[in-house]
Design a protein around this ligand. Sequence first.
Ligand code: HEM
Length: 500
Amino acid sequence: MAIEDASILMVFILFISFICTFIIFYKTKVLCRCKICHAYITSSWSFEFDNLCDWYTHLLQNSPTKTIHIHVLHNTITSDHQNVEYMLKTRFENYPKGKGFSAILGDFLGRGIFNVDGEYWRFQRKMASLELGKMSIKSHAYEVVNYEIDHRLIPLISAFSRKEHGVLDFQDVFRRFSFDVICKFSFGYDPKCLHESLPMSELAIAFDLASQLSAQRAMTTSPLVWKIKRLFNVGSEKRLKESIKMVNKFAQEVIRQRNKLGCCSNHEDLLSRFMDKTKDPIYLRDIVISFLLAGRDTVASSLTGLFWLLAQQPEVVAAIRAEALMATQHESLTSLEQLHQLHYLQAVVYEGMRLFPPIQFNSKFCQLDDTLPDGTFIKKGTRVTYHSYAMGRMETIWGPDCLVFKPERWLKDGVFYQETPFMYPVFQAGYRMCLGKEMALVELKSVILSLLQRFDIELAHPSRAPRFSPGLTATFRDGLPVRVSERRGQTLPKPHVSTS
Ligand code: HEM
């Protein structure tokens, strides 16, 4: 009888799989044989390009409208800044993240700000922008960042620089650094990932796995593929479920502990601030996990791209050092205000992220039939993506030297200047622009300055061009192996941090 039951189940699963495969083929037009779709399905683009984003950039550069459509993905991709402004501002309501996106990240992020539209989004946006706008939280962020730099990052790299022939993976270091910072900032919890022994944090591992596997869902030609795997709790979906459980358990425990203390006023972290606004523990968990995702990999990815570029630009490194010396009159950098005066450094950061945006593309789902400013018709339900990576490499936007790393393009009479964020949607733009932009800039500038003031950094494999791993955020597949040496004659001023 048991064997009979198993056979019936097998037949049933096979039948369901057959129906689903048929629907997938039908719905996704997998049979489309146009040149672009064929190259996508067979991955033949990879004969010519290292990365999918490079192939998209090539297609977009060569499209007369700077917009393309990948039929098998139901995806219109644009690099036209007027289209970007239209989606993110003019017709914002017609281009929500949509149910498709929420479903992909829903298990991991729940109702967190990253994953919702409408009222849930508006409430969190208002609450978060009020909190993040306060001077006290900015000062807190600055203190958290500087503590991590002075007590972990510098000692770790300094110890490493004394080893002979040592090669250090800067990408790994930056991931550890940014995880410590965002956990302390969001939860008031210190995972100590950047401790000198470089411990493995269970939370960081579970968090990485959950975001990686969630991103994999988005790469299937139809959501039915991962939905079936989730239904039967098999393969990657089983691992995703386990990693999410671990992250949730951790977040809930922090919230429980904080509730037990019964008082939030003497805590500076984001969670404590949000606890004043809502008591729902699941909602609080979702909000904070979204912040971890928003602020961790993006910062690590920006630093990795920036240091890959800087290691090949000695004159830019010299200019950063010279500007800092001028601004601080040879003392250590001691305040947020001093950091804001470093216009060249800000230009370097923007220029680095132009060529290596941490979030390479961003998608919305069109609600009602529409036509973009460049004349492209968008059918209701189509996924519409703006491609920040391609936009950073467009001659039509940046001129013939678009592939050259040139911070000066961001300066007007020595002062940092940005024309319109829609040409550079690295932090998105319009109504859903990144809420952590200021904090991220402070973090990036502080790390760059601290490291360049103390160390000379060179790539271990200078001729190796970056190849990216698939994921929500750009990650160098081979890491960023570097050699570091302490700069001679550098007296290190005692760290002194004031937030005045
Ligand atoms: C270099 C670092 C960063 C980059 C490049 C970046 C970029 C972005 C982008 C492209 C979005 C839009 C995402 C989407 O809607 O799908 C976004 C949203 C957001 N970011 Fe960042 N981000 C960075 C750092 C941070 C940090 C450190 C925080 C937190 C402290 C943060 C908090 C947020 C939040 C809360 C949103 C959601 C805004 C909304 O939906 O209204 N980000 N960011």
